[in-house]
Unconditional design. Structure first.
Ligand SMILES: [Zn+2]
Length: 152
């Protein structure tokens, strides 16, 4: 039996999709320098970014609310291997639970010396305080903000 014939190919399919009411509120908030989450009326959890349903209670969520810019690191990584579209290495990404939120949101880190990227910096260790810093002219994108060490 012969092996299957394989023909290399590539699809490039540009598209746009609607992100929905809650994600729209999140991105609109970023444009105004605010981080928006949602509160479940049953379990009181606050998810950031907001979701239209509670992933714990499986019920629709109707309440959006702003969370704080200060938070604590729940997870972090220092990336040392570049890939298409990545920032120059090394760079760090942290998962941060912001004040008023019960979930965490990931974003890039600035203001930390990462050295050669082989040693995790204490400034962004688990439970380290960090705060969100916004670009001077936010555009409604998740890259409008990043995290820096300490609270503001
Ligand atoms: Zn819930």
């Amino acid at each position: 039996m012969t092996s299957p014939v394989r023909i290399p190919g590539e699809w490039k399919i540009p598209y746009n999709y609607t992100v929905g009411t809650f994600a729209t509120a999140f991105f609109d908030g970023l444009r105004e320098g605010r981080i928006i989450g949602c509160r479940c009326s049953t379990c009181d959890r606050v998810a950031v970014p907001p979701k239209s349903f509670c992933e714990y209670c499986f019920i629709p969520i109707e309440t959006l609310e702003q969370v704080g810019r200060n938070g604590v690191v729940e997870a972090m990584t220092v990336v040392t291997a570049p890939f298409a579209g990545s920032p120059p290495v090394p760079y760090a990404v942290v998962y941060v639970r912001l004040e008023g939120a019960t979930s965490a949101i990931a974003n890039y880190v600035r203001g930390v010396d990462l050295g050669d990227g082989t040693a995790p910096p204490a400034a962004i260790a688990i439970e380290a305080p960090v705060h969100a810093v916004f670009a001077a002219e936010p555009e409604g994108r998740v890259t409008d903000f990043w995290f820096e060490p300490g609270h503001e």
